[in-house]
Design a protein around this ligand. Structure first.
Ligand code: MEV
Length: 326
């Protein structure tokens, strides 16, 4: 059987991370870094999952053994994907084995949705290999299963954007809307290279909201409103207003307890270097920040991020969601 490959993009959350867990809207964009997963069917019922980037390979049994994992376990970066092989095999009535290999351009535990991109690409490659026809929507739903094992109670925004691509506004209990704005967004990502756990950051917000219920709820609701205003700014092509909203979002989500001194420093230096707005992106606690720039300020902002010891990366919109590569 010929191996089959699928790929899916990383993401940046423009506004609304954490609030989206509480059913507030969030704005999210797929970017030009992808995860690639190749699947080959094998004899027997052993599932080998190999990650070139982690330099790690693990062997599982398709029909036996636990689905979940202990978060502290050294295999926790591969085992959650087993649930995808099991689900899709069940759909196809397949009981053989797989050799699955992952190659990714997306930094891990950085807030760019690497686990979701791998899960989405893997679901698509498994489905192609077994000739199971799945819509993007269905692929996203299947990939949510490994996301739950990784992150606890994810909103589903990462698997959604990775399967759909483009620029979307998403509300957990309602679904998503595609945004086609006149504003061409130019963003620099600042990678702190500080790894963190999404589940821990989500728990940190839950603790803040439970300790300061009224203030916490107001902050989350404010962030939701801010997303709606940001969508308006994009549609009007008003990048200045969008920049101000992004910075406002940073301080609001910061108040929920999830920023990090390095992220805050990168936000300050980006604004000083001329960014229109800057904020953390993703779960926070390290990971990445984003700065909205123009062609005139892009270089200065990237240099300012670099001087702080972080890695700047130019983020381009990826219209392509999950796709077959072979
Ligand atoms: C993670 O990319 C975004 C969070 O809002 C968590 C989630 O939505 O599941 C922090």
């Amino acid at each position: 059987m010929t191996p089959t490959t699928a790929s899916a993009p990383a993401k940046i959350i423009l506004t609304g991370e954490h609030a989206v867990v509480y059913n507030e809207p969030a704005l999210v964009m797929a970017i030009n870094r992808r995860a690639y997963v190749t699947v080959a069917q094998t004899r027997g019922d052993s599932v080998e999952i190999r990650s070139n980037d982690l330099k790690q390979a693990e062997h599982f049994t398709l029909n036996e053994g636990p689905e979940g994992h202990s978060r502290k376990s050294s295999i926790n970066r591969l085992q959650p994907y087993l649930v995808l092989a099991r689900q899709i095999s069940r759909k196809a009535g397949y009981s053989g084995g797989f050799k699955i290999s992952i190659r990714s351009e997306i930094p891990i535990s950085a807030g760019l949705g690497s686990s979701a991109a791998v899960g989405v690409a893997m679901s698509a490659a498994l489905a192609n290999s077994l000739d199971v026809k799945l819509s993007r929507d269905k692929i996203s739903k299947i990939a949510l299963e490994s996301e739950k094992i990784f992150h606890g109670h994810p909103s589903g925004i990462d698997n959604l954007i990775s399967s759909q691509g483009g620029l979307l506004v998403f509300r957990r209990n309602e679904g998503f809307l595609r945004i086609e704005g006149p504003a061409k967004l130019r963003l620099v990502i600042g990678m702190t290279n500080v790894e963190r756990s999404t589940a821990e950051q989500v728990a940190q917000v839950a603790a803040t909201v439970s300790e300061h219920r009224d203030v916490g709820q107001l902050l989350l609701h404010c962030i939701g409103h801010l997303t709606i205003e940001t969508v308006g700014a994009i549609r009007e092509g008003n990048v200045q207003a969008m920049g101000r909203l992004l910075s406002l979002n940073h301080w609001l989500v910061n108040a929920l307890g999830v920023s990090h001194p390095t992220v805050d420093r990168l936000v300050y230096v980006s604004l000083e270097a001329g960014a229109l707005g800057a904020k953390l992106t993703g779960a926070g606690g390290g990971g990445c920040m984003i700065a909205l720039v123009t062609s005139e300020t892009e270089h200065a902002v990237a240099q300012a991020i670099k001087r702080e010891g972080a890695t700047p990366l130019l983020a381009k919109l990826s219209k392509a969601g999950v796709q077959s590569e072979s």
